[in-house]
Write a protein that binds this ligand. Structure first.
Ligand code: DHB
Ligand code: FE
Length: 280
């Protein structure tokens, strides 16, 4: 079976891509952010995942407002990064694992999640930058990937409760997979931020800290928020927290907090990072 070794949740701000390209990791502005990843690299070196299942949101790159799937799963052999306009260099393409993708899609549809299946899929900074943060160096990626795209862009958005159930269904599907694989699950985006409108620049540290605490010990309490409540508390783009909820949902039961980092601001965003491990 596929065994989940743990979850990493992280913000995915485009400016990170430029900072990596310009080697600014030790710059005073960036160090408190990049410094948080040293522990993640150690942990990944211990658990050595074969596969990453990544819950993220597309920002209008692969899916635009004209056609916006609520949930979409990649089933491609390869995913290319094609961000536009952020100054992020093109990255080495990510290798897919179509057999696992199709297994997950079949399990989800059988569990009444009517997902969009993508045999071709471009990925943007919501996917690629967390990968570059976890596996720096820009060479070949040591994991094969399954992108799970959640609509956080075009309302109506899926509720946190629905995202939790999607995560639980993905977790069960992974546990039922025949091949012996170790899997890291990743949730990207957040924490609080709002990029436009009257509240542009809005950050809510108290809410973020509460979410980082609850995601460990009481994740289901986060599923009681409605989307309007999340927008109010976390900002219009802070709703990307739902990707963390999908990732946490994939871990069964109790988890241990291996690592956490929180830093304000990176660009317009409160940057959060966590590593969680299932307690067996
Ligand atoms: C920023 C954050 C995001 O999550 C995003 O998708 C784009 C920009 C920012 O803070 O600049
Ligand atoms: Fe984003």
């Amino acid at each position: 079976m596929a065994r989940i070794v743990g979850a990493v949740t992280t913000s995915h701000i485009p400016a990170i891509g430029r900072a990596i390209a310009k080697n600014l990791q030790d710059d005073p502005y960036w160090q408190p952010f990049f410094g948080g990843f040293a522990r993640v690299h150690e942990w990944l070196a211990q658990v050595k995942p074969d596969v990453a299942v990544v819950a993220y949101n597309d920002h209008g790159l692969n899916f635009f407002l004209d056609k916006m799937p609520t949930f979409a799963i990649g089933a491609a052999a390869e995913y290319r990064n094609a961000d536009e306009g952020w100054g992020i260099p093109t990255l080495t393409p990510f290798r897919g694992i179509p057999d696992l993708s199709w297994h997950l899609i079949e399990s989800l549809v059988a569990a009444e999640f009517d997902v969009t299946t993508c045999q071709e899929m471009l990925v943007d900074h919501g996917f690629s930058l967390p990968m570059a943060l976890l596996w720096p160096g820009g060479g070949d990626w040591p994991v094969r990937v399954v992108p799970v795209s959640v609509n956080t862009v075009q309302h109506p958005l899926p509720t946190p409760a629905r995202c939790w159930k999607l995560g639980r269904a993905l977790g069960r599907a992974l546990a039922a997979y025949d091949e012996d694989l170790s899997v890291v699950v990743i949730g990207t985006g957040g924490l609080s931020h709002q990029l436009d409108g009257k509240r542009a620049g809005f950050i809510n540290k108290a809410f973020d800290e509460m979410c980082m605490e609850r995601i460990v010990g009481d994740p289901e309490s986060l599923t009681r928020y409605t989307i309007p409540q999340l927008v109010e508390q976390a900002g219009a783009q802070g709703v990307e927290l739902v990707n963390w909820i999908v990732a946490r949902g994939m871990l069964e039961g109790e988890v241990a907090r291996v690592h956490a980092n929180y830093h304000i601001p990176i660009s317009n965003t409160a940057a959060g990072l966590m590593v969680l491990e299932p307690r067996r």
